[in-house]
Design a protein around this ligand. Structure first.
Ligand code: AP5
Length: 221
């Protein structure tokens, strides 16, 4: 069992690779982005506040996201092949909170995988992205279209959606938030000896194989 963080800017491919790891290794994906998108559809005051922040491309407060992750971890049955933290942590206080949570559970972090992709590529990745509203599969107009137009390859649903924050204005802000608040985590985890960097610009299969290599190395150490 391994616990990993997928770290990278918006559109780096974290969700795409996390879904593969769930499928192939039975790991448990904990995506704070997905949790917050679920919260925004709840219609509660908290959901409305979250929606406004996300649409502006800013980060939701540490208190809210740490609370969401704590709830999910507490509800886990321990049957999975380890956690994939996808889009969490995104700030130093979130990283400290995660370290404390894992320690309380008697677990450890095995690897932090930084997916490095340059800004120009992120714009086309994010603007071409769409996902299945039913099963969450991630597609792209050019690099990963559905086999049958308008129908999800995995579950056959025709509910294919684009995200409200996948526009040029919001992406610019999301990138600024990444460089200001999240990229310091690269140094934080490097200093702990947990950091691995993969080239996120490579083909999806190649990135997956690099990540598999990191997992093999972490499991044997
Ligand atoms: P979140 O949902 O986490 O979004 P993000 O980090 O901006 O990441 P994305 O989901 O945009 O990208 P990804 O890296 O998963 O890429 P994907 O695999 O889809 O967060 C959204 C918002 O929620 C934040 O802005 C913030 O407001 C809030 N939030 C979330 N977590 C928070 C936290 N911890 N604290 C505070 N606020 C938080 O791939 C992108 C596209 O590229 C797809 O179309 C895919 O098909 C394609 N693609 C993927 N890999 C490749 C490849 N190798 N080659 C070619 N195309 C590829």
């Amino acid at each position: 069992m391994v616990n990993i963080i997928l770290l990278g800017p918006p559109g780096a491919g974290k969700g795409t690779q996390a879904r593969r790891l769930v499928e192939e290794r039975g790991m448990v994906q904990l995506s704070t982005g997905d949790m917050l998108r679920e919260a925004r559809t709840s219609g509660t005051d908290m959901g409305k506040r979250v929606a406004e922040v996300m649409d502006r491309g800013e980060l939701v407060t540490d208190e809210i996201v740490i609370g969401l992750i704590e709830e999910k971890i507490a509800a886990d049955t321990g049957q999975g092949g380890g956690f994939i933290f996808d889009g969490f942590p995104r700030t130093l206080p979130q990283a400290d909170a995660l370290g404390a949570m894992l320690t309380r559970m008697g677990q450890r972090l095995d690897a932090v995988i930084e997916m490095r992709v340059e800004d120009e590529a992120l714009v086309s990745r994010v603007s071409g992205r769409f996902t299945c509203g039913n099963c969450g599969e991630v597609y792209h107009d050019e690099t990963r279209p559905t086999k049958v137009s308008g129908t999800c390859d995995v579950c056959g649903s025709t509910d294919l959606r684009r995200r409200a924050d996948d526009n040029a204005e919001s992406l610019k802000q999301r990138l600024m938030e990444y460089y200001k608040k999240t990229s310091p985590l690269i140094g934080y985890y490097y200093a702990q000896g947990d950091l691995f960097t993969v080239d996120g610009l490579a083909e999806i299969e190649e990135v997956a194989s690099k990540i598999a290599g990191v997992l093999a190395q972490s499991a044997s150490s």
